[in-house]
Design a protein around this ligand. Structure first.
Ligand code: MRU
Length: 349
């Protein structure tokens, strides 16, 4: 199983996703600043993977801090957490993972353990976040596999696969698990403008696993549905509000509207750590705005007149009413009743 991030002898090892699919380059990040930059530039990306990277970034800050005074070590970790929290605003997994690290730090301080023991505790917490995410993806896969009919084609958007998680994936994890159970599932992958996570990453990891995938431009999804080329849509999530409204990669909302128009089920797959019960609905989800160049001159090639005004939100919000079911590691909640379902799962730890 491909895993895009791990701890490697005092450093954070990632596969640089900005280089895929042309180059498979693994990089060892040595400083918190490098981890923050990797998250900002999408070298590591996808909500669960960002959370894992942030947790490992804090473990890195602790490992690099010289000195045996626990409070000074804690201060260095708090500074690192603050820097990492400022990298990307939408994926709640980032803040969820940083909170886990802060809580572990506070518990360690309260127990008056040594600086060395705090370093070990923070690394163990970061490793646990990664391991638990892999287990969550497996659980999502098992539960979601039952939703897909045999001999179907599924449209997915962006990359919610191994590369976006500890491993296995959420949306792609469902597809992988369905295939493992003997179902024939083919994939139509939206290219996912502007950063092409679908074209570059989803096709790469599915082809690597021998899964049947066909690349389409985002604008082709409606036509493909009209031709009867797909039977379902499944996507990941960056933040799910209490009522089920879901933030995911820009273009997800359009896909959900098209799915409703064509009578296709629209599934969201995400670990429960992506659910943000503090937000009543999707209006309050912060949407990251990214640089104009990503749209107007991707990878340095001008696609538009210099100086053109650009709108570049990285995510959109799909209203709960367009979502057929949300598949989490704790269970599947179906529409209508997503709010009650998510609340129920929150009690079922
Ligand atoms: O900007 P990205 O590439 O980090 O956006 C990723 C997505 O939108 C994914 O669909 C989402 O994080 C779920 S990943 C399991």
């Amino acid at each position: 199983m491909l895993s895009p991030i791990c701890w490697n002898e005092g450093r954070v090892r990632i596969i640089d996703q900005t280089r895929l699919p042309t180059e498979e380059r693994w990089v060892d990040l040595e400083r918190v600043e490098d981890v923050a930059e990797a998250i900002r530039t999408l070298a590591v990306r996808g909500a669960p993977a960002i959370g894992i990277a942030a947790a490992m970034g804090c473990a890195l800050a602790a490992a690099k801090h010289e000195g045996d005074e626990p409070e000074a070590l804690a201060e260095a970790v708090r500074r690192a957490a603050k820097e990492l929290a400022g990298t990307r605003p939408t994926a709640v997994n980032l803040f969820w993972a940083l909170n886990r690290i802060r809580e572990r730090l506070d518990r360690s301080l309260a127990a008056s353990i040594s600086a060395a023991a705090i370093r070990d505790a923070l690394l163990a917490e970061a490793q646990a976040i990664r391991e638990e995410d892999i287990a969550a993806c497996r659980a999502i896969g098992s539960l979601g596999a039952a939703l897909l009919p045999d001999k179907c084609t599924v449209i997915t958007h962006c990359n919610a696969g191994s590369l976006a998680t500890g491993g296995h994936g959420t949306a792609l994890g469902v597809i992988r698990s369905a295939i493992e159970r003997g179902k024939q599932v083919r994939v139509l992958a939206d290219e996912t403008r502007p950063l092409l996570q679908g074209a570059r990453l989803t096709t790469w990891e599915l082809m690597r696993d021998g899964i049947d995938v066909t690349l389409i431009c985002d604008a082709m999804a409606g036509h493909a549905m009209r031709l009867g080329m797909a039977q379902a849509c499944i996507v990941g999530a960056d933040r799910i509000a209490a009522n089920g409204d879901t933030a995911n990669k820009i273009g997800t909302y359009s896909l959900a509207v098209l799915a409703r128009r064509h009578g296709l089920p629209f599934y969201v797959a995400a670990p429960f750590s992506t659910v943000d019960l503090s937000l009543a609905d999707g209006h309050a989800i912060p949407i990251e705005q990214r640089a104009a160049e990503e749209v107007a001159s991707p990878r340095g090639t001008a696609f538009a007149p210099e100086g053109v005004e650009v709108f570049n939100p990285a995510f959109d919000v799909t209203p709960a009413v367009l979502i057929s079911a949300i598949v989490t590691d704790r269970g599947v909640v179906r529409s209508p009743g997503l709010r009650e379902g998510l609340l129920g799962l929150s009690r079922a730890e």
